[in-house]
Design a protein around this ligand. Sequence first.
Ligand SMILES: CC(C)(COP(=O)(O)OP(=O)(O)OC[C@H]1O[C@@H](n2cnc3c(N)ncnc32)[C@H](O)[C@@H]1OP(=O)(O)O)[C@@H](O)C(=O)NCCC(=O)NCCS
Length: 369
Amino acid sequence: MLQPTSGSGTASDPRLAICPDRHCYRRRPVRNLADSSDIDVNEVLPTDLATLDPVLRAHRFSLVRGLERYVDDVGPSYTRQAYERAARDPATMVLAARSDQRVLAATTISPAAWESGLLGTRVGHLGDVVGVAEPGRREPAVRRLLEAAGARWAEAGGGMLVARIDVDDADAVVAAQRAGFEVLETTIAYLNDNDAEPGTTHAPRGFEVRCHPHGSAGEIPATALDVLMRSVDETDRIGHLYSDRALDPDRVQDLYRAWVTNTFRGDHGDVVYTAWRDDQVLGVLSWTEDGDLDELAGIKVLRSGFGAVAPEGHGALGDLYAAVCRDRPLGSRLVESTTQAGNEAVFTVWGRFASMRPASANYVLHGWF
Ligand SMILES: CC(C)(COP(=O)(O)OP(=O)(O)OC[C@H]1O[C@@H](n2cnc3c(N)ncnc32)[C@H](O)[C@@H]1OP(=O)(O)O)[C@@H](O)C(=O)NCCC(=O)NCCS
């Protein structure tokens, strides 16, 4: 019991309440907002998905947030659709953190078979991490959620979980770090608006640029790829997979090699651009389509794929973007490109095209459980 004139409390302290009978202040059991002891994390059944709607509707940091510069409110509906797909997929788990039945935070966990096979360890991806907007509630709720996600991943065999969190979502980033995740990379996305005034300061470097839609990159003869493939093997090792000391760098390189091989087999990427000199491909960029996003946004958007330029193709990146920014590939309105925050050469090139604008930035985090 605290007296009005003694102890640390004052009449304006919200933790204190006047006890009318006894004319004294008594400590009221007000929950510390950072406390998560009232939060339970459970799997969400497809039939209960609607219980997530309030947090999904209010989600400000979706994985397509950058698009909201062009299309209003597309992020929450994109996230909602991803959760619906996750709920239907027997391999994916939807998890929600609740207090008194109210959903405070949610995410999805899906196993990544391709990465797991190549990296030789179980890899899973967290989907959009959503949480209530209330200050003081968001961080503990997301922390409990991600601790539980890690525990479930460990129970199922353990391994690495990968999360992508918007750099502005400070609560979720802090929560993820407290739950055992480590930030390993920052990626920045730009969007090229094909309807914007074109304008460029890029001086052409004389590469021949070719466009390969819908699998036709598979027609490029293997001998034309020798220099590029060699440079992919020898290139500087950057990115979240190389930064993770728990992963074998040789296996990470195998994964990148497989990604490039799939791109040139026509198996990955809906449109591929190549820069040529002397019958050799010296630079490549690829993009993928996202039909669900197009439908929600009401415009066609290409999502970022793979990009590389061999040292022998120095300067080709600008020629590739000059073609992409002019061509409206696959009839797109917006073309997304993503790279690491420290990749200055790429930002120098993007900055030369007036129609390319910064859109969003994400931390890539790994957690081992
Ligand atoms: C990053 C990469 C695509 C650049 O390809 P490139 O066409 O040879 O680019 P350049 O080296 O000519 O760099 C482009 C411009 O940025 C400038 N630049 C390079 N490093 C820079 C830096 N640290 N700060 C500022 N400007 C820089 C270059 O001088 C050049 O300007 P210039 O045209 O006036 O000479 C290539 O090095 C690569 O494939 N790297 C590994 C994979 C990768 O990062 N892929 C991401 C592709 S999106």
